[in-house]
Unconditional design. Structure first.
Length: 433
């Protein structure tokens, strides 16, 4: 094992031994190399005459760039967008996003959390977590209503055993007892990874404060029983909470200081929060009770994992988000877009309240995010999707044999009633056969 990995492992073992047990074999091997990047960082501080370290082309003290590219950045200079960022992300970006997390989640208070590590989208963050914490055969518990890419990231690529917990108890909300049983059934191995996604994709469901407390209590009891828990909070749609009863903060706030055996990982980013999907800019943040002394070592391992895959996330995306955060109109612009999406969700809910739709499907509860989901009555969801697309020109997503996901986020509010009427027409036609 590389001595740098040994040094990081010793720090983690001393400061937060549970994290050491949670790390995968690969995670234990990871380190941040003291090679080109470290030497370049030193040179950036001290090489006042000539800096011949990093593999970038420069002229007249600035980044060398093509006008064919730079002409499209009317308000940005070459040095703002063309140089490499560090593997863990720009220092200013990481500090700024940590401040954003605290501002959006005031109940965190002064709970110690790591500096966020920048990833190229949340999928990249999930893949990094899988590399660091999942060995073949480890159990990862997913909600039964899930984004299918989780299985590719954790099961196909890392060989995890994919378990399920029931997400919803129709008419009641989160299936707390179903979650409790699924965790109890899988805790015997002594290590468990549990993924939470609120607002949920595909259902658009977010938890209440009481449900968040129940999740915390279940995980704490599991940890007290001797099981190490990695709790992944996929907050891709964070902030798009439309109903009053929905908790307006991340589940991460309940877990970041819950127990010495619970490592909470927050995954969030600009894709949905800042309506900037193609910038591929996201963040990973750690929290564990009493383990703040291990954060820097864990961040270095994370940076090493990123260094060994994509090297670093795009500088231009980080620059654009930094500028957005400093824009005096930033909050007002986000609030305006929030209201647009909230109106669409309200119209969808009001439309679907009509009893006529009950013949075709059952609506899963939704209160947030981009989506809603229905359970088809007596119809194969994929066959229905294809007929709806081919015969009616309407595109939706089949997420299981029974379930259809609809993204009201991508449909203008004036068109939402007509969308569901067409969906109903297609379903009734198929049922008549």
């Amino acid at each position: 094992m590389n001595p740098l990995a040994v040094e990081l492992n010793q720090t983690i073992e001393r400061e937060a031994p549970a994290i050491m047990r949670m790390l995968s074999d690969l995670g234990r091997e990871l380190y941040f190399p003291k090679g080109i990047l470290t030497q370049t960082a030193e040179a950036n501080q001290k090489a006042h005459r000539f800096n011949a370290t990093i593999g970038e082309a420069r002229e007249a003290g600035k980044s060398m760039g093509l006008d064919a590219i730079l002409c499209h950045f009317s308000d940005l200079k070459a040095d703002d967008v063309l140089p490499y960022a560090s593997s863990a992300g720009r220092a200013d970006m990481r500090k700024a996003w940590q401040a954003e997390i605290r501002a959006k989640n005031p109940s965190l208070g002064d709970t110690p959390i790591s500096l966020p590590v920048v990833t190229s989208g949340i999928t990249h963050g999930l893949s990094t977590i899988a590399d660091m914490f999942v060995d073949e055969g480890d159990v990862v518990l997913f909600p039964d209503k899930l984004w299918g890419n989780y299985l590719l990231v954790f099961s196909v690529k890392r060989g995890a055993k994919a378990g399920r917990y029931p997400l919803l108890d129709i008419g009641k909300g989160l299936d707390v007892e179903g979650l409790r049983k699924a965790i109890a059934d899988n805790a015997a191995k002594g290590k468990l990874i549990v993924l939470f996604n609120f607002p949920n994709n595909p259902t658009g469901y977010s938890i209440t404060e009481a449900e968040a407390d129940a999740i915390r209590d279940i995980l704490v009891a599991t940890a007290e029983g001797g099981c190490d828990v990695v709790a992944l909070c996929d907050d891709a749609y964070f902030g798009l909470f439309f109903d009053e009863e929905v908790m307006k903060e991340s589940l991460f706030t309940k877990l970041a200081d819950a127990h010495e055996r619970i490592l909470a990982v927050k995954l969030d980013g600009a894709s949905k929060e800042d309506f900037a999907w193609g910038l591929r800019l996201a963040f990973m943040t750690y929290g564990i009770k009493g383990g703040q002394g291990a954060y820097e070592a864990l961040e270095k391992k994370t940076g090493g994992c990123i260094r060994g895959t994509i090297s670093n996330s795009p500088n231009v995306s980080q620059e654009l988000l930094m500028r957005a955060l400093k824009d005096p109109d930033y909050a007002a612009q986000k609030a305006e877009k929030f209201e647009v999406l909230k109106r669409r969700a309200t119209i969808a809910r009001n439309t679907l309240a009509d009893p006529k739709f009950a013949e075709a499907w059952t609506l899963y509860p939704f209160n947030s995010g981009y989506f809603m989901c229905v359970k088809m009555h007596g119809l194969d969801a994929e066959a229905y999707r294809q007929k709806l697309l081919n015969d009616y020109g309407v595109g939706v997503i089949s997420t299981s044999d029974t379930d259809i996901r609809v993204a009201h986020s991508s449909v203008d509010e004036a068109d939402i009633p007509a969308l569901y009427d067409v969906m109903l027409e297609c379903a009734l036609e198929m049922r008549k056969g």
